[in-house]
Design a protein around this ligand. Structure first.
Ligand SMILES: [Zn+2]
Length: 229
């Protein structure tokens, strides 16, 4: 199980001070039809994430109507420029570890560049996108909750910091909003437009786990300031 790095802890604290992360104001979230929840499948964190969300869905919807779309990395996988959106970063390591002989390992290492390239074309964001679209259309749910979490093992494998996750959570929201905009409400069978609240779950490593609302507007400004420092 990963541990929150000092750098990531400071970034989380900074985001809290800046008001980019804040406690979730549940009544403000529209969960009357339930929710499509896009999260990392992390078995050590998913229970804590859903423990925060499920009672609120039950309260507003009358039943715990949650459509899970779980993939390692969660919401940031939807960002087209995220290392999580394809297998470019992991395919090479996967094949090298799968090599059972020295000869196989040498072949994999020699073919590093084409393997990385092949991994890049193995998209993760597309199946995720179609799963979200299918969930909205079939279940007629108009709230799609995009969740990122720290520390995330999959993000760690791709050398992504908390700030990288925040950047790509914003890009993921922008991307899915653009795609869903193509389909009008009538074609999706919805009475209102689809909304994409973003949440961030943090495991502080001392027994404390928190689920925050990530405000993407102020978040983009906060990230811009950090890159100019
Ligand atoms: Zn994860």
């Amino acid at each position: 199980m990963g541990k929150l790095t000092d750098t990531d802890r400071k970034a989380v604290e900074d985001a809290l001070r800046a008001g980019v992360l804040e406690p979730v104001d549940w009544p403000k979230m529209d969960l009357k039809d339930g929710a499509v929840v896009v999260l990392c499948g992390d078995g050590d964190q998913s229970e804590s994430i859903l423990d925060g969300l499920t009672p609120e869905v039950e309260k507003q919807c009358g039943t715990a109507r949650i459509q899970l779309v779980a993939l390692n990395g969660g919401g940031p996988c939807l960002s087209p420029t995220s290392p999580l959106s394809n297998l470019g970063e992991v395919l090479f390591n996967f094949l090298r570890e799968a090599a059972t002989t020295r000869k196989m390992r040498i072949i994999v290492e020699t073919c590093s560049i084409p393997i990385h390239l092949a991994g890049y074309f193995m998209r993760v964001d597309m199946p995720l996108l179609f799963n979200i679209w299918g969930s909205v259309k079939l279940k007629r749910m108009r709230t799609v909750v995009l969740i990122s979490h720290a520390p995330c093992g999959m993000a760690g494998m791709c050398m992504m910091s908390f700030v990288d996750l925040a950047v790509n959570l914003i890009k993921a929201k922008t991307f899915i909003k653009r795609v869903v905009k193509v389909f009008d409400r009538e074609r999706l069978g919805l009475e209102a437009k689809v909304v994409f609240p973003c949440l961030v779950h943090v495991d502080y490593g001392d027994g404390r786990k928190e689920l925050y609302h990530f405000k993407t507007g102020p978040g983009a400004e906060w990230l811009a300031q950090r890159t100019h420092q």
